[in-house]
Design a protein around this ligand. Structure first.
Ligand code: CTP
Ligand code: ZN
Length: 159
């Protein structure tokens, strides 16, 4: 059981203020922060958003955290985040309490999210939607359905 005292201490230590209702995306690698913002279209919504980046994390070294008030995400959107932030955790907040935690899941196949790194691939020459088989979920490694070239985390471009 957590005491009120330890809860207070925790709140004071929060780098980004607590939110009342919404979604907190935690454990985002700092370098992926703006990709996550782009993937979720956070630059196009009216909700209140706060974020912190280059926060210390034992697991990730430097992490980012994004807090979106009054917003819940669909499973499809969560999978999109998984491409650039495989360890991200979503916390659903209701009346200041965490009511649910979801770990993002990298799907087995991906369609239309990432670009193929091969400039000669049909998807880069014609209007063909990209399709990949996920061959590594840990480091995100995608094998193109069309040209079979591997696109990995380092050359990953989100459409
Ligand atoms: N959080 C928030 N507003 C709230 C409650 C929680 O922004 N009203 C944030 C916290 O800052 C934290 C995340 O939601 O980043 C998860 O909260 P909590 O489960 O209390 O923290 P931890 O136990 O540290 O989570 P975990 O170890 O699962 O990452
Ligand atoms: Zn290709």
């Amino acid at each position: 059981m957590e005491t009120t005292d330890s809860k207070e201490t925790k709140k004071k230590k929060m780098s980004v203020s607590a939110i009342k209702d919404g979604t907190v995306i935690d454990h985002v690698p700092a370098k992926s922060l703006f990709k996550v913002i782009q993937i979720l279209g956070l630059d196009k919504i009216d909700n209140q958003i706060t974020f912190g980046t280059n926060l210390n994390s034992k697991k990730l070294g430097k992490k980012a955290i994004i807090k979106i008030s009054d917003k819940l995400f669909e499973a499809d959107d969560i999978n999109r985040i998984a491409l650039v932030a495989p360890d991200a955790k979503l916390n659903i907040i209701k009346n200041y309490e965490v009511i649910e935690k979801k770990k993002v899941v990298v799907p087995d196949t991906i369609s239309g999210i990432a670009e193929c790194m091969n400039p000669k691939c049909i998807t880069n020459v014609e209007k063909v939607t990209t399709r990949f088989k996920v061959i590594s979920k840990k480091n995100v490694s995608l094998k193109c359905h069309y040209c079979e070239k591997i696109t990995n985390q380092d050359n990953l471009h989100i459409i």
